[in-house]
Each structure stands twice: as C-alpha cells, then as structure tokens.
Write a protein that binds this ligand. Sequence first.
Ligand code: GUN
Ligand code: FE
Length: 455
Amino acid sequence: MISYTQVFQGTAFSSSSPKEVKILKDHLFCINTDGMIEKIVAPEEEGYQILIDSYSDTEQFHHLAEGQYFFPGFIDLHVHAPQWAQSGTALDLPLYDWLNTYTFPLESKFSDIHFAKKIYENVVTTLLTNGTTTALYFATVHKEASLLLAKLCAEKGQRGLVGKVVMDHPEQNPDYYRDADTQTALADTEEFILAVNELAKSVKQGVYPVVTPRFIPSCTDEALKGLGELAAKHDTYIQSHCSESDWAHTYVQDRYDKNDAFALHDFGLLREKSVMAHCNFLNDDDAELFAKTGTAVSHCPISNAYFANSVIPIAHLHAKGVEIGLGSDVSGGYSPSLFDNARQAVISSRMLDDGVNPALPAEKRGLPNSRITMNEAFFFATAGGGESLSLPIGRLEENYAWDVQIIDTTVASAKLPIYSANEDLFDVFHKIMYLVRPENIREVWVQGEKVHSRM
Ligand code: GUN
Ligand code: FE
C-alpha cells in the first residue's frame, strides 16, 4: 500500500468554478512527502475504510471534530509588508499625500534591518493566522531588508513572493527614499533575484523573487525597460500598481499619451507571471491586453474604497477573460484578512450594480451585471489567486498543494450561529465566509506542514 505522510478526514469547501463551490463531505485527503494532495477519497469509494483502518491509530491521521471544516489557504495577491506598521492610520488622506507624509517616511526606516525584522516577523505571522498561506509582497527599496522578508517567509512556512521595490525617478521620489540611481536599482534587483532563487533551493513551499516597479510615476523609462528585461532573463514574477487612482492614471496619460496597461506592456512588464494591483480604470482594450498577455488583476476592494474612491467593475473584467485574485493592499487596505476583503468585494460590487438606486434615472444607477456573489469572492481569494500565479494552489484537489485553513465554528469566544448538525452545508459555508474571525482559524497548513495552531 502507498504510504502517505498525512491523512486528513473531514468536510472541505473548494471552488469548482468561479461561481460554484463544491462540498467534499467527510472526504479523506492523502498528502505525500512533497506536501501535495496525492489522493482524495469519498466515503462511498473503495479503499475509504481501508485507509481509515490503516492510519487512524497513527500520528499521521487527522480527523476533524464536528463543526470544523477545511478551507483552501488564502492567496493574498497584494500586500505591502512594511506598511503593516501603519495599518489603520491616515486612511482619510488622498493617495499622493498618504504616500508622501506617511508611507515613504515609514518605508525609508527599513534601511534599519532590526526595525525591518520586527515588522516583517509580525506581518508574516499575522497573515498566516488570518489564513493566508501565499502572499505576494511589496517590500521596500532596500535589498537586504527585502531579502530578510523572503527568509522570514521561508522560516515561518509561508509561500512568499517578494519584491524589492524600484523607485529610481529623481524628481518623483523624495531624496530620503529612493534608489540611488537607475543602474543601482537594476543591479540591486538582479542581485535580489539571484539571492532569492538561491534561498528557494531549500524551501519546500517555495519563495519567489518578484520584479517590482512601484508604479510608473516612481520609475524612469530606463528602469522600467531594464526591469522588463530582467524579468524575461530570469523568468520572474512582476508586480506593480496599475490605473489605481485618478492622479496616477492621469499622470501616465500625460507622460505617454496612453493608459498604464499599454505603457507597462511597452516595457515588457505584462507577462504570464505579471500581477497588477487595483486596475480600477482599465478600459476594454486594456482588459483584452491583460487577457492576451496572461496578466492578472489583484483586486483590492477595501483599499479601493479609500484611496481610489472607486469600485472596479470586477465582474465585467472577469467576463472579459482577465485572471483575478484578491489583495489586501495592507495598508491602503486596513485589514490583513482576505475574509474581510472577500466581504468588501461583494458589498462594493453591489454598490456598483445598476439596481442600486431605483430613484435615479436609469443612466445614473450604476453598471448592469456588476454584482459578484460570495462564491465568486471566495474563488478570487483561492483558485483565482492560484491561477493568477500559475501555481497548483488554491483548490482542494488532487495534485494541488495541501495549503489549508482548518475553520472551527465552535470556538467559545467566536461561536458561529450553527445550531443543527444537519444544517445545509452551503449555508454553513456562507456563515463562515461572512462571520469567521481569526479565533476560528484553528490550524493553518502550507505544503503539508503545520505552520500555525491555536491549540
Ligand atoms: N501607489 C504607489 N504606491 C502605492 C502604495 O504603497 N499603496 C497604494 N495603494 N498605491 C500605491
Ligand atoms: Fe498597493
């Protein structure tokens, strides 16, 4: 008989399509030495009882108690790790003022590796305890501190994709916080890529370097071009902010007479492994370019409500074939939880919908077909994020990584209103999506390893 490193028994939820969640009731999940789901066995299938008999007396067997469920780990497609230190502050400022009066002064302090360590340890742990098993991080311009963030992800068991931020434009960035010059920015980025790739050789769950021009305004053309070339040379991920606010969008129009999407594309920055945050002002041509190049959108609904004053037509972009995942945008978004962001994604989409205010004339009521359901928000937080990163994560299916949050609906301090053992499991799923708090996230596993436990 094949031997598995772990066998889990319980009820799981996973997206079967963007709109549909499937329930795997009392299934067995058999995990191999690589931390992948090798086999899933339903109770009615042959071998189910044999597996239970052979594993149930071993430490490798994990049986969920009543009221506990498996959820795929969440994939946060946009987090500014240093900004965790200011989460919840200055949210009333416009983006440009917020960057200059709060964010750049804070990020400049990450030249101090001890300061960086304190914040980065805390943010990686916080994301894990909130169920985020994979995170796509912006660090700061500092190479050493950015590498430290990748090392902390590796140590704490999170799948981290980390970018050393590039901001080389001498007029667009403050002197106290930018790359020394374009050549240094590119050389530091390449050294960072090589160092993270070296680190990755010994990291089971994977760590990845990400080419990270902060956004077009912060970079020179030379840097943007050089970063596109580096990403192609080393086949790396790419991340940036795209068409976020009126200010940024207009700036790019003035500089290139085109939208961010086409400008980024001209520099080789839209590729299969690209993830662009926000994208509130993408038009249909931009969306087609995203779909064609395999560029994904990181949808940051909480942040968009504050800094973009905007609701992105996410249903429309998805229908156009653009890959979409969810991002917290800490600290433009105050919450490190993708549960919170999934809730906001649904709420915001309903505010955009044309059914919003029947008292208004038809042309002012919003956009048709804008609503997304919680099933879709869950898809964006899990399977959509996995597709965006082209990694086998975000679904509880065979040949996917065992990246899981074990949700306990019975925790005394955060008990969910489930009063019958026979409650419809789709209702249970929705109660979890709307009501779960970190207290309910009992364990978190990444690539078959337990990385967080509340017991
Ligand atoms: N645009 C450029 N930098 C940032 C940032 O740190 N946060 C957000 N939300 N937008 C940005
Ligand atoms: Fe951001």
